[in-house]
Design a protein around this ligand. Sequence first.
Ligand code: UT7
Length: 349
Amino acid sequence: MPEVRRAGIIGLGTYAPARVLTNHDLERMVDTSDEWIRERTGIVERRIAAPDEATSDLGLEAARRALADAGLAAADIDLVIVATATPDTIFPATACLTQDRLGAKRAGAFDLAAGCSGFIYGLAVAREFVAAGSCDRVLVVGSETLSRITNWKDRSTCVLFGDGAGAAVVAPVARGGLLAARLGADGAGAGLLQLPAGGSRLPASLESVERGLHYLQMNGRDVFKFAVRVIPEATREVLAAAGRSEGELDILIPHQANVRIIEAAAKRLGLAPEQVVVNVDRYGNTSAASIPLALEEAVRDGRVSPGDLVVMVAFGAGLTWAAIAMEWTGTGKETGTEGGGRFDPDQTV
Ligand code: UT7
């Protein structure tokens, strides 16, 4: 069997738009209350992109920060993957816009559609490319402007979502890194979370717009039940695939959709609150951006240190779910040029 290389995250960057939309602001827009939103979701405020900011703008800033964190230039990147449910346009891919504006001249580029699981799917793809030796540095971006597909008159969804972006550079590492990945899908649940119009099934028309079919639609209760089931399942499976026990897990970074989902899943896994990263209170559900926003914050706050065993786990439209077990190696800035996360093209496991 050919030797495979170990892949890890060597750079992280995030970007959140400046405008803050609070629950109190929403009280003035729809029939809701700060109390209901806090109690049912844990969300207090979320960020909203400026009118001239699209998904590629948010993702580009996060990508630039991730490259700086890794100590790399755009020309060092071999592949750009943008995970998003809100691309700038259906085509060309937002990843191509990112590749061009970044100046990643040598890189291939494609978008990845796995809903809120997209960033983890992207990391899993990046890991395979690096492990196989066909790429040395892959940029994975999770970027969303969900505010653009939100029906601001529908209180059952408009209180939940926010805009933001996160990016990671995946490259060979000497030890640790992305240990195992599990990807799941159940298209039978496609109708539970969808954007009905604007594709080939129901092209955009005056009628589709009048019926509000260009807005996100969700059956919240069913997605909730699905999420509480798959987070513990996928976490256990990915730990087993990595050859690690549940007791070894240091930190869980779950998709940030609803604090009640996170707490229920953490309870099933027997985790203490300090082992679970939560920032949904400040960003709402940012879909594919939620995991990198939470990971970068946890690293910055010193909650994740080199050597820690981390599981990132997400669920979303598709339906999809995905988990990655990772031994954190530290990024360029944390470890310096000789640190555990640095590029070593000859390294194999
Ligand atoms: O990234 C993946 C995507 N999404 C998710 O993960 C979301 C998963 N689902 C959820 O987080 C929850 O199901 C929600 C937060 C969406 C809803 O919470 P819930 O506890 O499942 O509420 P519900 O839909 O069962 O609604 C309870 C009540 C209803 O009133 P009645 O029928 O009991 O009189 C709703 O009309 O709450 C009402 N309601 C609201 N009230 C005030 C729904 N939305 C609101 C609101 N403000 N914004």
